[in-house]
Every structure is written in C-alpha cells, then in structure tokens.
Design a protein around this ligand. Structure first.
Ligand SMILES: Cc1ncc(COP(=O)(O)O)c(C=O)c1O
Length: 427
C-alpha cells in the first residue's frame, strides 16, 4: 500500500535523515517498500499520515504491552511534565521504579537506570568485565543486544535483515573479544569455553530469542548455561530488554525458573518513553561508579517522565489476571494464524512464548540462526504487504517478533486471523 502523504514525507526525510529513518528496521527495505509515516495511535491501532488505521503487532517494537495511550499512563506523564522534564538530580521516582524492578525480577538485587537497551547491555558487559577482570564475552548468533561495538557481531534482525552481520566501523581488535556460539546448542558453548578457559567475562543471551523471529530456548538450554557459568566463574547475563515484563511479570527467568547473575531491561519498563536498566547481584552492582570503580553515567538516566511512565505501566501489569488474559489472546491469534496457513496449504513454522510470536516461512523447525535464515523471505515480504493492505501492521522483516497487547480485542484478533487466511491463500 502506498500512501501519498507517507510517500511524500519519506522522500523529504531521505534528504535530511540517512535512509529516511532514525532506526534501520523502520525502513521497510527488506520487504521492498517504503515505510508508512505514523501520525497517532490509540489502543491496538496506529494511524498513518493518510488517515489509514492498522491493527498494530509491532507495539513500538515491544514496549506497548498495554496498547497505545493507556489513559492512566498518559495522565501520569501529563502530571509529571508539569513538575519538570529533567533535573539531572535524583528523584523519589527512581527509587520507586528500582524497587518495583527488584521486587519483580528474581536476579535483580540492585539496578541502574539508563536511557536505552543498547546502553543497558553495553554497561552490563563493562561491569561483568570489571568484576571478573576478563576481556572476552560470549554471545549467540542471531541474538541482538543493541548496537554497541562489542555486540554488533552476528546480531540478528536489523543486521541480518540488511545482510551486515559485522558492521563496518567495528574495530577487528574489539570484535575479536566477542565469541559467538550457536543458540540452543550447549556443545558449541562448551567448546568455546574450553578453548578460552579463564578468559570469558560473561555469557549474554536473549533467554527467549526475539531478534531472529521468536525462538524459544530448548529444554535444558538455559539451565545448561547456568551450570557452565557457575562452574567457570562466568557472569551469566539474561538480556530481557524485550522479554522482561513481557512473557511474565518477572520475565523469562520467572517463567523458566533459571536465575542469571545479571539482567538487562528496556522497552516495557519505560512505558513507551526511552528507558533501559541493568541489574543483578549486589556483589556485582556495587562495583559500579560511584560506589565502585567501573564507570557508567547518563545525563537523562532515570528521567522523571520515563520513570513515571514505567511505574504506571508496571502497576497495571501487576493487576491480577493480566498475564493470563494476555496469554489467552496471544494463543488465540498465533494458533489462528498457524491454522490459516495450514488450511491454505502454506508451510509455516509457528512459535510463541507468551505474547511474543512468529510465523516462520519455513516447513522445518526453527531453533537457531541457521534454521531461521533458511526461511522464504520473498514469500514473507509478499505476505507482509498483503497483510498491510488488509489493515494489519506487522514488523517489516521475517526475523522479528510479533507482540500482542492487552488492548487487542477478540474482534481485532479475529480480523487478523481472517486477513491472514486471505493472504496465505493468495500467496
Ligand atoms: C534483546 C534486546 N536487547 C537490546 C536491545 C537494544 O535496545 P534499544 O533499541 O533500546 O537500544 C533490543 C532492541 O530491540 C533488544 O531486543
């Protein structure tokens, strides 16, 4: 669907913003079209500059678990802004959100707020290196942890979508400290740990991967990582920037019962405003400046508007039955789409953990980056465009996760399944 005003704005944006967008995956390049420019959103719907409405499964790439513009969150932000947008000095709001996060997330005894997920993972890694006195880190191919140099190696979605697994501008001297194992393959981890004995500071993992599509951990994978890290003195970091407060209030670590040493958060804890956080054991977090020597700082860290949006969001998530209701909605739509594909004789591999789901255009199971990369991305692009025509806004890449929010109504979900049935038949 091409919209005149969106098209015009994109042409204008190309003159002043590289690629016309402020984050690459927004550009729709991997599905071969131009992005829609969004004017506003409400509940489960976003509206483009031409007045078209779409049922939204991107949810600002995860934060909008309540739907857009939840009245309680909006009112709290409006009230907060009257007190000042930023002070660069501590506020009580920061303590409130820190205590809510500590209360919710099993591994977190202390937490530091930052302004993005990238900052959270970058800082967590510096701290793990400072704590262990080791230089190497281990990540998994297909997992994305933000765009800091050390982590932009075999980094899933955005990078994978553009076929740039290692970005120009990342010094080889730095990238050589990033070891890459295969997701869901403990043997690949054991081999790297054995070959680099005593030199690995941390293992960082998306405990439910969401940046190569949605890939759940196989049984025993997270437990295996926990044992390896405990045996080898390696800091285990769960990157729950996407999954935190998403798959359960306490994230993957609550759902799967495996506790890492450190956790990174973002997205939902900012309620749509820019926030990230990293936390973990007191013993590790106490090394952070100014308590300890590992430096980390931020002009807007703990911003009062962002803290307010996060606090109000978490209060609403904590209401009894919230995650059960979200689970039912998510199962309904993910299973409905999978059935629609099957009925149309179109092979997909469907995955879901809580309100994160993905329809892989593959007849074979997807459990790591190599199996994800075999998907039929051309067919996905055709499906994406057809769904957009039907008023359904999916992420413009096969290697992304779809997010269900509590404001998606049964009618919205039924409309989505009906649209998918039509689109699969037409492929
Ligand atoms: C798992 C994970 N970690 C880190 C990040 C980076 O967060 P941000 O985009 O806020 O820098 C993302 C972003 O999508 C993510 O999904």
């Amino acid at each position: 669907m091409q919209n005149s005003r969106s098209t015009k704005l994109f042409q204008q944006a190309l003159q002043s913003i590289p690629g016309g967008v402020n984050s690459p995956v927004r550009a729709f390049r991997s599905v071969g079209s131009d992005p829609l420019f969004i004017k506003k959103a409400a509940g489960p719907r976003i509206y483009d500059e031409d007045g078209n409405a779409f049922i939204d499964y991107v949810g600002s790439w995860g934060p909008m678990i309540l739907g857009h513009c939840h009245p309680q969150v909006v009112a709290a932000i409006k009230a907060a802004v009257d007190n000042g947008a930023s002070f660069g000095a501590p506020t009580e709001l920061e303590i409130t959100l820190a205590e809510m996060v500590i209360d919710a997330v099993p591994s977190i005894e202390m937490v530091r707020m930052v302004s993005s997920g990238t900052e959270a993972t970058m800082s967590a890694i510096r701290l793990a290196r400072g704590y262990t006195g080791r230089d190497n880190i281990l990540k998994f191919s297909g997992c994305y942890h933000g765009h800091s140099d050390a982590l932009l190696v075999k980094a899933g979605s955005g990078a994978a979508t553009f076929g740039v697994p290692d970005s120009p501008g990342v010094p080889a001297d730095l990238a050589k400290h990033t070891l890459t194992a295969i997701y869901n393959d403990l043997d690949s981890v054991r081999a790297l740990v054995a070959a680099n004995k005593g030199s690995i500071a941390c293992i960082i993992v998306e405990p439910v991967a969401g940046n190569m599509g949605t890939v759940p951990p196989k049984e025993g994978f997270l437990e295996g990582l926990r044992s390896i890290c405990s045996e080898e003195g390696i800091v285990l970091i769960f990157d729950e920037v996407m999954s935190g407060f998403r798959v359960a209030y306490g994230g993957v670590q609550e759902l799967y019962g495996v506790t890492p040493d450190m956790t990174t958060l973002g997205k939902i804890i900012g309620g749509g405003l820019p926030v990230g956080a990293f936390g973990g054991k007191k013993e590790i977090m106490s090394l952070l400046s100014p308590a300890g020597g590992v430096y980390q700082a931020g002009t807007l860290s703990g911003n009062p508007l962002a803290m307010t949006a996060g606090i109000e969001t978490l209060k609403l998530l904590k209401q009894p039955g919230f995650y059960q209701k979200l689970e039912e909605k998510s199962a309904f739509v993910a299973e409905g789409i999978a059935k629609a594909a099957k009925d149309a004789g179109f092979p997909i591999y469907s995955t879901r953990v809580g309100s994160m789901f993905c329809a892989f255009f593959s007849k074979d199971p997807v459990y790591d980056w190599d199996s994800a990369a075999k998907c039929d991305t051309k067919a996905f692009a055709a499906y994406f465009k057809a769904m957009l025509n039907e008023g359904i806004y999916l992420a413009p890449s096969q290697f992304e996760t779809a997010f269900v929010g509590i404001s998606h109504s049964t009618e919205d979900l039924e409309q989505t399944i009906a649209a998918a049935a039509k689109c699969f038949k037409a492929l």
